[in-house]
Design a protein around this ligand. Structure first.
Ligand code: FAD
Ligand code: SF4
Length: 513
């Protein structure tokens, strides 16, 4: 069932899940068959299906679907974050590159600028959930190509999305240089052996656009929509959770305060799960401070909001004299420098292709103002890469609230040296293939796509917010099941791990119900 708020709704549920994105949507999906009454609350609405979904002017220039939210940076300067308040959350516009973290990422890893801390459990513990997550999101991939691939109990559910000729030629050349180019693992609903009958039409407006034909496996199509086929699951859209209110003793969440188009109201549940995304979940807990929890809910450790990470991200636009007529470009990745560089004994990160950059996107990347016809020429000749290097948890990189209650993101990037080295190494490889012009744009604070880590999981309540089941140490019936829980993030895209973890927490909750 899906509702905009109605006065005849029940006010008590077995479980309330706040946020219908990757974490919350997956949890609702996994718990739906239990028959328990589940309310999924989402501040946004369904993304409208309209031609604008695939219009680069609307996406890159008008920013049509971006949240109309204003956050503050460390110096109190307002900025508009690149985040999406929609059923499906940020996954509605994601690139659908879903990867497992590497087994080594779960242990302590030494980086150029510090230590990436170990998780409280190993890769092997999450492996069965990665397998389920890959099935749920219809992952396409090719096992055995990736030198950093962790042990997997099964093959990928679907064969890899093949490269188009220009990309295949680049992959072949890079292989002659000793690299191991691989097929990027992708969450799309396409039968590569029967394209005519496939939902996905393999178009040139996938990353970072919404999918007009609902063929991208995102949190709405893969999780929320199937969950809503169960009568015991209700979705409330356009409903902002403003506060969680605890019992007289402070050890349980008793009420969930909501703001609907009709005004303020209160709901309750035996179990409350926040899955608002790492920045908004921290903000909700901080906003909910009361006499029992003066620093915010679940914050006796003073860790809520701290250790925010977001990956060091850059676009590297590489231009060659050879035209690039590729339509669906996001098929190739290179993990050879994930654990160390050619001259570095520390990790550099991962390299993947991004969606084919049209001139409107290049306008954003260009180091200087360029006329449209130049941008169009460059777009026809560019191959567009996306580089990701792990950033490290720093307690001073934190989400706080201003006096007026506005979200403030205090963030200083770290571990940038290996990131720039990664860009330099890729450039050297590409120069040997005839690429002669490179634009390297490192993403700024507003690009909060991979926000994680604000309520980290751990054994010790003194320095973590969540226990290993993602239950808050401080409040018995409160869980956080979005990207907030990561103690460290590796350099792989985070969504598959968020989904796998939500499936894991769902198993824990089932055993408690
Ligand atoms: C353009 C783009 C490209 C990306 N590409 C990739 C990719 O290729 N691969 C990958 O792995 N990841 C990618 N990501 C990142 C991925 O989308 C996120 O990591 C993932 O969605 C995070 O899941 P989450 O559950 O933490 O939060 P979200 O999915 O963001 O869900 C949080 C939900 O909570 C809702 N909410 C927030 N506050 C409240 C409140 N107070 N009350 C009610 N509801 C609330 C939000 O509206 C949202 O729907 C991309 C992201 C973007 C933006
Ligand atoms: S490539 Fe496929 S999944 Fe991506 S937007 Fe196009 S139709 Fe949708």
């Amino acid at each position: 069932m899906s509702f905009v708020y109605q006065v005849f709704m029940a006010s008590h549920y077995d479980i309330i899940v706040i946020g219908a994105g990757a974490g919350g949507g997956t949890l609702a999906y996994a718990l739906a068959p239990t028959g328990k009454s589940i309310l999924l609350i989402e501040r946004g609405d369904y993304l409208p299906r309209e031609k604008a979904n695939w219009d680069p002017d609307k996406i890159f220039i008008e920013r049509r679907y971006q949240a109309q939210d204003e956050w503050l940076d460390a110096k109190m300067r307002p900025f508009n974050p690149e985040t999406y308040y929609l059923v499906g959350g940020n996954t509605k516009l994601y690139g659908a590159a879903l990867q497992r973290m590497r087994a080594e990422d779960f242990g302590e890893v030494r980086h150029a600028e510090g230590i990436s801390p170990a998780w409280p459990f190993t890769y092997e513990m999450l492996e069965p959930y990665y397998t389920r997550a890959e099935s749920l999101f219809k992952i396409h991939g090719q096992r055995g190509e990736d030198p950093t691939e962790p042990p997997m109990s099964v093959e990928y559910p679907y064969p890899a999305m093949p490269h188009e000729p220009r990309i295949q030629a680049i992959a072949d050349h890079l292989a002659t240089q000793g690299l191991h180019p691989l097929h990027l693992t992708l969450a799309v609903n396409r039968d590569v052996n029967n394209p005519r009958r496939s939902a996905c039409i393999r178009c040139d407006t996938c990353d970072p656009y919404p999918c007009l034909v609902d063929a991208k496996c995102d949190a709405q199509t893969a999780c929320v929509d199937p969950a809503l086929t169960y009568d015991n699951v209700t979705l409330l859209t356009q409903t902002y959770v403003s506060r969680l209110i605890t019992s007289a003793t402070g050890d349980r969440v008793e009420k969930v305060e909501i703001q609907t188009p009709q005004g303020t109201d209160y709901l309750s549940a035996d179990t409350v799960v926040t899955a608002c995304g790492a920045i908004n979940s921290a903000a909700l807990l901080l906003r909910s401070a009361n006499d029992h929890h003066p620093q915010g809910l679940a914050n006796s450790s003073d860790q809520v909001g701290r250790n925010l990470m977001k990956h060091n991200h850059s676009a590297l636009i590489a231009i060659a004299p050879t035209p690039n007529p590729t339509i669906f470009q996001k098929t190739l990745a290179i993990h050879d420098y994930y654990f160390n560089g050619p001259d570095q004994d520390y990790p550099l990160g991962q390299i993947q292709l991004t969606g084919k950059a049209k001139w409107q996107r290049l306008k954003k990347m260009a180091p200087t103002e360029l006329p449209q016809h130049w941008l169009e020429y460059l777009s026809q000749h560019s191959v567009d890469w996306w580089l990701t290097t792990e950033d490290l948890p720093d307690p001073d990189n934190r989400v706080t609230l201003s006096r007026q209650g506005q979200i403030q993101v205090n963030f200083t990037p770290n571990n940038l040296k290996p990131h720039y080295e990664l860009a330099g190494v890729l450039e050297q490889h590409l120069r040997q293939l005839g690429f002669y012009l490179f634009w390297h744009k490192t993403m700024e604070l507003a690009v909060s796509w991979h926000q994680i880590g604000t309520c980290r999981m751990g054994f010790d309540p003194q320095n973590s917010v969540l226990d290993v089941n993602c239950r808050t140490h401080d409040i018995d019936n409160l869980y956080v099941v979005d990207a907030s829980f990561f103690p460290s993030m590796g350099a792989m895209n985070p969504t598959l791990t968020i989904v796998a973890n939500a499936l894991r927490v769902a198993d824990h909750l089932k055993s408690m119900l």
